[in-house]
Design a protein around this ligand. Sequence first.
Ligand code: ADP
Length: 264
Amino acid sequence: FEKLPATDSSKDEVGQMGSTFNSMMELLEENYTKQEEFVSNASHELKTPLTVIGSYAKLLERQGMEDPKLAEEGLLAIRTETDRMKALIEQLLHIARRSETQLVWEPVDLIELARQTAAAMSTSYNRDFQLVSSATSVLVTTDLAKIKQIMYILLDNARKYSSDRIELIVKNGNIPMLQIRDYGIGIPKESIPYVFDRFYRVDKARSRETGGFGLGLSLAKQLADAMGVSLEIESEEDVGTTISIVFSADFNVQEVQSKQEGWS
Ligand code: ADP
């Protein structure tokens, strides 16, 4: 965009309007670039599995029927890539539904929630998910379904990027907190500020192996922002990662509700 010329003195009203206009346009341009980047990343991520599916379909058409090994390999690849696309589209839909996010407040016992989740995850993945807490009950007012969604994203990452036990730590006190801790590969210091960005992955090759798109944490952050809780990350390479869901001490349901109404 063409910037309005700066006037001699930005103190006069026209000068001030000009600089407000310039900063508004800069903001719009930045958002537009981010949107473009998002669409281009999403398209790229969808195109990759489609290319694999297309190539195998062609190969099977040509020689697959006579070669059972190739047929098996091709069908498996097609199924895997289709699942990958489905997962990506689901995550994209979650992101797109942001403005429709309706919050449902209810009292939730974090101990009970962490205990049930740890048990369910241990069974599903045959891994050791442990509840760690000295409290018997920690009550917060929150949106249960969304907290579960955030927990699932964090636990899934902990599972993908570690092989040891995973802890669900519940802390009481002024500021109730639910932490997910793993003893896995950790995140390099310079990458930590970017992990909540859409499509950001520390190591693209590694993440593709683990099936990630770099959307999980950005979705978790979006949900956390909507509920007025914060996500804090601590991580060290080859030591592990702890992500805390922090419920604010002066938590005010009405305040978050009115903020949310402002969106829609
Ligand atoms: P992905 O689907 O790739 O896991 P996320 O948005 O959930 O995407 O995470 C972004 C990146 O942050 C991941 O690709 C990974 O590199 C890094 N990351 C997230 N959680 C962990 C963790 N618990 N341990 C190590 N690295 C992690």
